[in-house]
Design a binder for this molecule. Structure first.
Ligand SMILES: Nc1ncnc2c1ncn2[C@@H]1O[C@H](COP(=O)(O)OP(=O)(O)OP(=O)(O)O)[C@@H](O)[C@H]1O
Ligand SMILES: [Mg+2]
Length: 545
């Protein structure tokens, strides 16, 4: 077989392994077996970085005894394996007998056998971080073959990284669900009572109304809304305000798993039903029996699974994968997605019948930019929360800052606001929320706003000021004319000064008034009165075109 053909079929086989099991040891063993049989690779080992100790340990290995495995511990940067994890780049040694970096820590190799053995070690990276290394031995043929093997191992490494990542997600979900159980006993349920969901915009009041009406029923709910609008929060509120509150609330992130893996997570499986099924396993539908199953990111599930889901929704019964016994479940389903499901249906990616089954009660969570009136309360809410958590006393924010917060479009919605407030509280030294404490996106937005104002035409400027002043001073009848004129004068002078780099004499010329008049105005209007003072308004260059 041609090398390219061989690689393709080999990678195909390995990706099938990945799709069949979540067990890391099983993934590794099967992958190594394929590599050994097809490419003559030996003694593979997977070394992972232990985040708490900062050391490397051999997670699993083929062709090594348990004693050899337990000897496989390294410091970061130590030996070839340690260097690969530290540097994040592959290292290939043509003949280990001639390389002094080679530690032979596990003692598994007879390096003096006379046959040159190569060592290929590639990094395992998830989300840009190197979290381990994968290595194999192979009898040396020629440089060309070694390079091909390196390339192939790098791809295999990225497969293993993917398996690790998925494992992490699933483990985290399991933990969350255990945590949910603990929190019920600790009676932390009030956390999801309505008073911890901020919202007084009419669209949010509608949401609360709907929740109150449907919580106690078993009706399936579909939560729609952009990322960070609070879908998960609302799902929990529905559960904890229902008569199922004493039972489990279980979340499945349908977007993280696919095919057989998601199917077996949801429905469970019996031993031997597919390659990775080493023992019987209960699915999350069964685990949520009596309680609520939250199917998050429902929009992306495979069409074959959609059929199975439809059946559970209709019949409230299911079979574990590989089993023909029917299990009855009493589960309330809440599904969520940030996709436009109707559009997915129109494009043939989401089954219409399933859509209607899910769409019994639909709750739409509006993006934050469409309910700006909630922003001040949310700021207070998060300030209190993070002050308490961090033992800080950051004060309520200034009017200008509030203005920026209210106008910013919040593409990440409440989550983005929450993160911004947490960051500000954590980084704050004093008790004032200053602009430097804000994330770059919001700072850039504030700067841009000022730049726009500074480059605004005189006509629009005066008109805007007049309008603004009329609105703001509505309550001061009889004084409006004076106040508006003062306001316009003040802004005009500030703007002129900014344009003239803070040099008063230039600003007076620019405005066409005499310098003494300008000085008088300075006093009257309470502007910075010193000679050639620094500009009153920060000079911001107009945006580049
Ligand atoms: N109305 C609200 N009041 C208080 N906190 C909120 C509100 N809405 C959202 N949050 C908080 O914002 C964060 C994001 O909310 P959540 O995880 O429920 O969003 P989501 O809609 O599920 O987002 P995604 O689609 O990205 O999963 C959470 O920490 C949540 O507690
Ligand atoms: Mg969510």
């Amino acid at each position: 077989m041609e090398r390219a053909e061989l690689e393709l079929s080999l990678l195909n086989e390995i990706s099938r392994v990945l799709g069949s099991t979540l067990d890391l040891h099983s993934v590794f063993d099967q992958t190594m077996r394929v590599l050994a049989e097809r490419l003559g690779m030996e003694r593979g080992s997977l070394v992972l970085l232990d985040e708490t100790t900062g050391k490397l340990r051999t997670e699993t290995a083929l062709g090594l005894t348990p004693q050899e495995i337990s000897r496989g511990q390294y410091e970061l940067g130590e030996g070839i394996t340690g260097s690969v994890v530290k540097g994040g780049e592959s290292i290939v040694v043509a003949d280990i007998a001639r390389d002094e970096r080679f530690l032979n820590r596990t003692g598994a190799r007879d390096v003096d056998s006379g046959i040159p053995t190569s060592f290929i070690c590639v990094p395992i990276k998830t989300e840009g971080r190197t979290v381990g290394a994968l290595s194999v031995d192979k009898r040396f043929l020629d440089d060309e073959a070694l390079r091909s093997d390196q390339r192939l191992m790098e791809i295999v490494g990225s497969f293993i990284a993917q398996a690790l990542k998925i494992n992490e997600i699933v483990a985290q979900e399991r933990e969350e669900w255990q945590e949910e159980k603990r929190s019920i006993t600790a009676n932390l349920r009030s956390k999801y009572k309505f008073d911890n969901i901020v919202g007084s915009a009419p669209s949010m009041l509608d949401v609360f109304d709907t929740i109150a009406q449907v919580a106690s029923s078993r009706a399936t709910c579909l939560l729609l809304g952009e990322t960070g609008t609070g879908k998960e929060l609302i799902a929990k509120a529905i559960h904890y305000n229902s008569n199922r509150a004493e039972k489990s609330f279980i979340r499945v992130n349908c977007g993280a798993l696919s095919g057989t893996l998601l199917e077996s997570e949801l429905f469970g499986h019996v031993r031997g039903s597919f390659t990775g099924a080493i023992k019987d396993k209960m699915g999350r539908f069964e685990a949520a029996n009596g309680g609520t199953l939250f199917l998050d990111e429902i929009g992306t599930i495979d069409t074959s699974l959609q059929v199975k889901l439809l059946r559970v929704l209709q019949e409230r019964e299911l079979e574990r994968v590989g089993d023909n016994r029917t299990i009855k479940v009493d589960v309330r389903i809440i599904a969520a997605t940030n996709l436009d499901l109707q559009d997915e249906v129109a494009k043939g990616r989401f089954r219409e019948d399933l859509y209607y089954r899910l769409n019994v009660v639909t709750i739409y969570l509006p993006p934050l930019r469409n309910r700006r009136e909630d922003i001040p309360r949310l700021i207070d809410f998060f300030l209190d929360k993070f002050n308490a958590e961090n033992g800080k006393q950051l004060r309520k924010i200034s009017k200008e800052m509030l203005n920026v917060f209210v106008r910013y479009p919040w593409p990440g919605n409440v989550r983005e606001l929450e993160n911004a407030m947490e960051r500000a509280v954590v980084l704050s030294r004093g008790d004032t929320l200053t602009e430097e404490l804000l994330p770059t996106a919001i700072r850039a937005f504030a700067l841009q706003g000022r730049a726009n104002m500074a480059s605004e035409g005189i006509d629009t400027l005066t008109r805007r000021l007049a309008e603004q002043s009329i609105n703001e001073f509505e309550l001061r009848e009889g004084q409006i004319y004076d106040m508006v004129v003062r306001q316009v004068e003040k802004s005009l002078i500030e703007k002129a000064l900014a344009r003239c780099g803070g040099v008063k004499i230039k600003a007076a010329d620019f405005l066409g008034i005499n310098r003494n008049t300008l000085n008088k105005k300075f006093k009257e209007l309470g502007l910075e009165a010193e000679e050639e003072a620094a500009p009153v308004t920060p000079v911001t260059p107009p945006p580049a075109r």
